[in-house]
Design a binder for this molecule. Structure first.
Ligand code: SF4
Ligand code: SF4
Length: 242
């Protein structure tokens, strides 16, 4: 069972319960925000056997996306859902997880929208300088990538050196390249769980990049758009589809 347990200080952490007598170590309260779906594609976790997972809405949304991307299939996991108002949700299969999540549009909160509006009000130069300044703090620790359930590639472009797509040292322009590359790879896939931002030790507001893309998807394709950039319709108005 992948769930939450007490960590050091007043923090919670992910715990992996393998014996029934350890089940009372599981907790669930307002501090339990980590997107536990990050563990589902990992070989080390799969090697432990079929997991059950405690799943709040962002985790459920991640499970739906991982199923869509063929990283999970029916029977791989058991899901113990928890609704936003704390009710336990019974999901007999992964299809029912998808059905549930599909009814909850992925939209931005008023605070998130306000933060985006502030960025949009800047001139192009101001925005460029804003991001360069933020990225000059990046130490390329990759905690953002490690915390993200959708960053499951076995070899990330940023780790390749033949060819060297992204420069290795942590400097503003190279870090901006890395984060633009990551944001585009997550376009239409990010579930806006916020874990990348929470994981960043230098507090770079990474979520703004993905939230801008989420806002564009909602504006252009509607709140219930599914799998933008990974789906097409034969009657799309763009010629390249045909
Ligand atoms: S909010 Fe961050 S961690 Fe969560 S899915 Fe999006 S990119 Fe990944
Ligand atoms: S977690 Fe923060 S510092 Fe680390 S690579 Fe990501 S943006 Fe850079």
């Amino acid at each position: 069972m992948i769930g939450y347990g007490e960590g050091s200080g007043n923090r919670v952490r992910a715990i992996f319960i393998q014996k029934p007598e350890d089940a009372d170590r599981l907790i669930l309260d307002d501090r339990c925000l980590q997107n536990l779906a990050v563990y589902l594609p990992k070989h080390e976790v799969r090697a432990l056997g079929k997991p059950a997972i405690v799943a709040r809405v962002p985790v459920l949304r991640s499970i739906q996306q991982l199923v869509y991307e063929q990283q999970l299939k029916e029977g791989d996991i058991a899901v113990i859902g928890v609704s936003d108002d704390g009710q336990v949700l019974d999901f007999p299969d992964l299809k029912s997880v998808g059905d549930f999540v599909s009814k909850i549009p992925l939209t931005l909160t008023p605070d998130e929208q306000a933060a985006l509006k502030k960025l949009e009000a800047m001139s192009r130069e101001e925005r460029w300088n804003f991001w360069l300044e933020e990225m000059s703090n990046c130490i390329k620790c990759y905690a953002c990538r490690a915390s993200c359930p959708m960053c499951y590639c076995e070899r990330c472009t940023v780790d390749c050196n033949q060819p060297q797509w992204i420069s290795v040292p942590a400097h503003a322009l190279g870090s901006l390249e890395w984060h633009i590359m990551r944001a585009m790879h997550l376009a239409g896939r990010c579930v806006n769980c916020g874990d990348c931002t929470r994981a960043c030790p230098v507090k770079i507001p990474l979520a703004l990049l993905n939230q801008r893309i989420i806002a564009d998807i909602v504006d252009n394709f509607g709140e219930k758009a599914e799998y933008a950039l990974a789906a097409f319709k034969p009657d799309d108005t763009e010629d390249f589809i045909r």
